[in-house]
Design a protein around this ligand. Sequence first.
Ligand code: CA2
Length: 147
Amino acid sequence: MKILVLNGPNLNLLGLREPDIYGRQTYSDLERFVESCAKEEGVEIKLFQSNHEGALVDEIQAAYGNFDGIVINPAAYTHTSVAILDALKAVSLPAVEVHLSDVSKREAFRQISYPGMACLKTYMGLGFEGYRQALRFLKAYLEGAKR
Ligand code: CA2
């Protein structure tokens, strides 16, 4: 089972600013955490972070036929990107959205998620743990789909 884990703009700066919202751990810590969760769950993953919308769209397109599912934290593109929404719909792979912070309790402009409209589920406000939950959910979903 192969899952693509995508992270959007500025997540590479994790730990450098706004620790009250995003915590003190760095993007490398997040990569290590997700890798170890994937090992525990027995799933193969590819991690990809980009600050560019088109690069994320390219990666989603390339997932078609190569991955079984997608975990995505689109970061700020959550609230603007119809392009990422369309890419997720186009490849039609089961996808789960993750946010480190609880966006539902933040600014009004964070209340909409375009990519979320093509996702089976959203985990928010759980910090890194949201990625583990998302991998677990996708694994169970994909196993169910095979039966
Ligand atoms: O809570 C999340 O995971 C977000 O996707 C994070 C995004 C934000 O735009 C979304 O509304 C919610 C921001 C990602 C990175 O932001 C940083 C800002 C300062 C320092 C380090 C990271």
